[in-house]
Write a protein that binds this ligand. Structure first.
Ligand code: GLY
Length: 380
């Protein structure tokens, strides 16, 4: 790695991502990588997971970075599969419609203006809006809305799903979509964020009365610990709502969450899978959490005024994370791997994707690099 010329370092890192994309381009045109790798190799699956669009999003980033039409063609080819998925409602009982359609159909519409991409994303927004409970003011994360296990449960990851709703209203969709997103983000700020600016992964609301019930975890170490990726979703996600609403309190919240995250980042620059662990442990790192946080920190630095003393700090912390990931967390030493970032964790409590590549880790790492290398337009 070139450490004397930082720009060359980011260019080399991005070239490695492109190399890994090229390796899988044929395989992942009609198929998609699974959420996490198995021994470093993503399986090929249909468009059925919450994660399909991270691959499509990487294709769009690759197209925007290089101008090479092969990436655009592959990404455009996939629109039909997202259209079919929303029309036939294949695995759509999830708030992750935001992740799925922001990085595929919305990205395509923003880049190419394709009206079919816009229409497809609007269909997804309509389905997502249908998960909103007005009394509780939240979008239910998972499962059928009548499932008693999941009813009224919001999760911090949803902050990245809200941009689809804001975008839909802005582009001529139902004005209520943005209102739902605004109300949800206010509830998330109120109940998912603890007084010390750590976060619950999930929180239950009573959908009949609107009363708060309790917070717990799904992917973290304990109900009262702080799942690392959840904190990273918070840093980035509150800011994305700020961009659409102009509510400056969301920037302050993102700052505080970032401080909590950075204070628990070990010396090598990459967090453990839960922020309860900070060192001296055999616990796994979650490179994907740090990649998400790096994008959030870059956005934070962009949003802060030049007069804010933390502007430069947050940018340099973001760059330090990207450099740490590039230096020791890529699959460069695993020639058989089709992933980019190793040492990610999908779901430790359920034994899924532990110490593996994760497709969202790869996406956010690439988004971070593209942000540094170009004037990147956000897909969110
Ligand atoms: N949104 C699910 C996850 O971060 O694993």
């Amino acid at each position: 790695m070139n450490t004397t010329n930082p720009l060359a370092m980011y260019q080399q890192a991005a070239e490695y991502v492109l190399q890994q994309i090229d390796k899988s381009l044929d395989l992942f045109t009609d198929n998609y990588p699974g959420p996490s790798s198995e021994n470093g190799v993503y399986p090929a699956i249909g468009n059925i997971e919450w994660t399909s669009s991270f691959w499509t999003g990487m294709l769009w980033l690759a197209y925007e970075l290089t101008g090479d039409p092969k990436y655009r063609q592959a990404a455009e080819h996939q629109l039909a599969s997202y259209k079919q998925r929303i029309e036939e409602q294949i695995q759509t009982d999830t708030h992750d419609l935001g992740f799925l359609y922001s990085l595929s159909a919305v990205a395509e519409f923003r880049i190419t203006g394709n009206p079919l991409a816009r229409a497809t994303a609007l269909q997804a927004a309509e389905l997502l809006a249908g998960r909103y409970f007005s009394q509780a003011g939240i979008i239910q994360a998972w499962g059928d809305l009548s499932d008693p296990e999941q009813c009224g449960r919001m999760i911090i990851d949803c902050l990245l799903n809200l941009p689809l709703l804001y975008w839909a209203t802005e582009t001529g969709g139902d004005p209520r979509y943005a209102e739902y997103a605004r109300t949800h983000v206010a509830q998330a700020a109120r109940y998912l964020v603890r007084p010390d600016y750590s976060t619950y992964h999930t929180y239950y609301m009573d959908v009949e009365t609107g009363a708060p019930r309790y917070g717990n975890t799904h992917q973290g170490y304990a109900d009262d610990s702080c799942w690392a990726r959840g904190q990273a979703w918070g840093i980035y996600g509150f800011l994305l709502s700020y961009k659409y609403t102009g509510d400056a309190s969301l920037v302050e919240l993102s700052k505080e969450l970032a401080r909590y995250f950075l204070a628990r980042t070990p010396a090598d620059g990459v967090v453990y899978w839960d922020l309860i662990f900070t060192g001296g442990t055999e616990q796994e790192k979650d490179s994907s959490a740090s990649a998400v946080a790096a994008c959030g920190l870059l956005e934070l630095a962009d949003q802060l005024p030049v007069s804010d003393p933390d502007k430069a700090l947050f940018r340099s912390e973001a760059l330090a994370i990207l450099q740490a990931l590039a230096a020791a967390y890529t699959t460069g030493d695993q020639p058989e791997s089709n992933g980019v970032l190793k040492h990610g964790v999908y779901n430790k409590p359920r034994g899924m994707g532990i110490d593996e590549c994760t497709i969202w880790g790869d996406y956010y790492y690439f988004e971070g690099l593209v942000r540094v290398l170009t004037k990147h337009r956000l897909y969110w």
